[in-house]
Design a protein around this ligand. Structure first.
Ligand code: F6R
Length: 241
C-alpha cells in the first residue's frame, strides 16, 4: 500500500488526477471505476482541465460508477447520474456509450445488478477504481456488515449515511432509503485502487480503515488486502495515522 499525504485538498485532488492521467496515458482504453460525493469533485475539476489542455484523452476510456440511488430519475438533481454529468462527463471527450452507472429505476433491480456485473466483465474488468470513504467506513454503498464476497447488489442505507447525504437534499426524508452498489468483491477485483479522503472528520475512519483490524464492520478495512492500492490524503485526513 502506498500512502501519499498532501498538504491541502487541492494538492490531494491534483495528485489523484495525476495518477488517473498516468493510467490513461499507459492504457488509452482504460476502464475506470468512479465515485460520487464531495471528495472527488476537485479531482474531476482537474481531469476536466487536463482534458481541455490536451493532457488527457478520454476518447478510449470506459467508466463504471460505483452506485446509484434506487427510485431517483436520472435527471433528478441529486441522482448520481446527474452528478457525474455535471461534474465530469459533460466537460470531457468521453463517448456516451462508454459511460455506465447502475439504473436505480430498472424494472427488475435484481436483473440490473446481474447485468452490471456482466458489463464490467465484458469490458475486461476495472483497471483503476476510485474510492472515497463514508464516516462509517463504507465504500460504494457497502455499509458495515456487508460480506466481503458481495457483488453488485441492492443496499439498505444506514441512518448515518442517510443523515450524511441529506446535505444534498432538502431534508433527510427525501433521501432514498435504498441504492444499487457494486459489491466489495467487485471493488476488490479492480486491478488498481485509488483511495482518497480529506478533512479532519475522516481522520478517525481513515486510521481504522488503513491500520485497524480487517473486519466487515469497517468495509474499507478490506482494502488492506488489495495488492495494488494508492491512498491519497490531505494532512487533516491523515492526522490520526
Ligand atoms: C459515492 C460513494 C460513497 C462516497 C462516500 C464519501 O459514489 O460510493 O462511498 O465515496 O460516501 O462521500 P463524500 O466524498 O461526500 O464524503
Amino acid at each position: 500500500m502506498e500512502i501519499i499525504v498532501c498538504k491541502t485538498y487541492q494538492e490531494m485532488s491534483q495528485a489523484a488526477a495525476d495518477i488517473t492521467a498516468r493510467q490513461i496515458d499507459r492504457k488509452a482504453n482504460t476502464v475506470l471505476g468512479l465515485a460520487t460525493g464531495s471528495t472527488p469533485v476537485g479531482l474531476y475539476q482537474n481531469l476536466v482541465k487536463m482534458n481541455r489542455d490536451g493532457i488527457i484523452d478520454f476518447s478510449g476510456v470506459t467508466t463504471f460508477n460505483l452506485d446509484e440511488y434506487v427510485g431517483l430519475p436520472k435527471e433528478h438533481p441529486c441522482s448520481y447520474h446527474r452528478f457525474m454529468f455535471d461534474n465530469l462527463f459533460d466537460h470531457i471527450n468521453i463517448k456516451m456509450e462508454n459511460i455506465h452507472l447502475p439504473d436505480g429505476q430498472a424494472p427488475s433491480l435484481e436483473n440490473e445488478c446481474k447485468a452490471y456485473e456482466q458489463m464490467i466483465a465484458k469490458a475486461g474488468g476495472i483497471d483503476l477504481q476510485l474510492l472515497g470513504v463514508g464516516h462509517n467506513g463504507h465504500i460504494g454503498f457497502n455499509e458495515p456488515g456487508t460480506p466481503f464476497e458481495s457483488v453488485t447488489h441492492v443496499v439498505e442505507l444506514t441512518q448515518s449515511t442517510i443523515q450524511a447525504n441529506s446535505r444534498f437534499f432538502n431534508s433527510p426524508d427525501e433521501v432514498p432509503r435504498r441504492a444499487v452498489s457494486m459489491g466489495i468483491k467487485t471493488i476488490m477485483h479492480a486491478r488498481k485502487i485509488l483511495f482518497i479522503a480529506s478533512g479532519k472528520e475522516k481522520a478517525g475512519i481513515i486510521s481504522k480503515a488503513l491500520k485497524g483490524p480487517v473486519t466487515t464492520e469497517v468495509p474499507s478495512s478490506v482494502l488492506q488486502l488489495h495488492p495494488d492500492i494508492t491512498v491519497v490524503l490531505d494532512e487533516d485526513a491523515a492526522s490520526c495515522l
